[in-house]
Design a protein around this ligand. Sequence first.
Ligand SMILES: C[S@@+](CC[C@H](N)C(=O)[O-])C[C@H]1O[C@@H](n2cnc3c(N)ncnc32)[C@H](O)[C@@H]1O
Length: 456
Amino acid sequence: MKATVHELDYKGSGRAEVWRENEKGNLKKLKLTIPQTLPGEEVQVTVPARRLKRWRTDADKIIAAHEERVEPPCPHFVKCGGCVWQHWQYEGQLKAKTDYVKRALENVNFDPSLVRDTLGMEEPWHYRNKMEFTFAPDGSLGLMEQGNFRNVIPLETCLIAGEDMVKTAMETAEWAEEYALEGYDKEEHTGLLRHLMVRQSFATGEIMLGVFATESPEGRLKEAVNAFVKRIENKFPQVKSIMWLENRDWADRAQSEETHLLSGRDFIYDEMSGYRFRLWFDTFFQTNPLQVQKLVDLALEMAEPKKTEKMMDLFCGVGTFSLPFADKVGSLAGIELVESSIASARRNAEENNVNNTIFLANNAREGIEQMLESFGRPELLLLDPPRSGAGGKVMRKIGRARPERVVYVSCNPDTFATDIKELEAFGYELKTVQPVDLFPQTVHVECVARLERKDS
Ligand SMILES: C[S@@+](CC[C@H](N)C(=O)[O-])C[C@H]1O[C@@H](n2cnc3c(N)ncnc32)[C@H](O)[C@@H]1O
């Protein structure tokens, strides 16, 4: 059948509708989801004869292509789940992201003209500072196939990861092959090597490698593991940390039950806004450092922090926003759920001689109450919640705390829109929203927004 894509869904796939006659001669609508297509494209698809309401299928042929369609540069594109929009000119991706943020705000009756154009990257490739590769049962290393988490695509390249990170991953793959080390079989729960985590600081150049495996690096593996360390140390002096992370859990997550330091230190140094951060293998840190720097700068510009003011940084992580803001306010209180991130935020503040911060490990809901009692009412509040958003209860607590200005950093326009709607009842007005492209070639978009209390 022929179909015309009328819009994209939230995962970046095309949506189309076709009408078919049923056995009684009545016309019935079939809703199609067609990945790797673009709005307005006319495509040819094959649909099953049986009655269906929805069907997901690749296009057999693009009959009329979008003028911004380009040849995807990565050989893994389509199969690998990392990128979904490599077939779309970057300018088109950016415009789609702006429209998405506008739609999310319009859905809850905000003025979409408050949304500025998405701030893109000059070079939207090789931006990721952390990657997780997977070992297949035969020991080869690669990327997980989209929609089929049992299949691993052997790694040839990755155009969104840092280039040195890919090189160290390829070297690890060669080592595993040379020693004929078996990979982990997720169905049988047998085998040795599970994941390879590579993270790099683009500011300092330092790299960390973390091998997740089901056995200790001692005993039968000692010779192979020693050879791995020598090989990496000789070829990649920028690797400052090699970790062996034992994980026997059945769940398919890169986690560690026992941690072994094979070489260097158990963390690497990164830098953001002129501050030094220590990153351990499990530290959350923003994955596109170039764009995050723009995000932090924008947040500073929008927030207009003052030396006379108190500030609260909700969902503060290791202090990516806290440290640069602390320099511009009287005192800053950071709240974050994960204890190790708070420990890291405290250490980062100390190492950078930032002395006007306090950090609390608690969930945002209780943390706000606790901080209001001990720290007092902040004039400025920044929040940067996970994709699920802050939620009504937290937003209402923010409203009752009455900060003069709220700066909301969001990685999900939909939860952002519903969250800030809650603040209207407390007299807040949305002033401006700046989307920033932290994740080129994917559908994701980050935003930073300013809200003001009207009577402040
Ligand atoms: C998008 S990250 C932002 C982290 C930090 N602002 C940064 O830029 O590195 C969201 C953070 O919220 C934390 N978090 C998740 N749920 C939370 C909750 N209920 N209360 C407090 N923090 C939470 C996560 O651990 C994570 O560090």
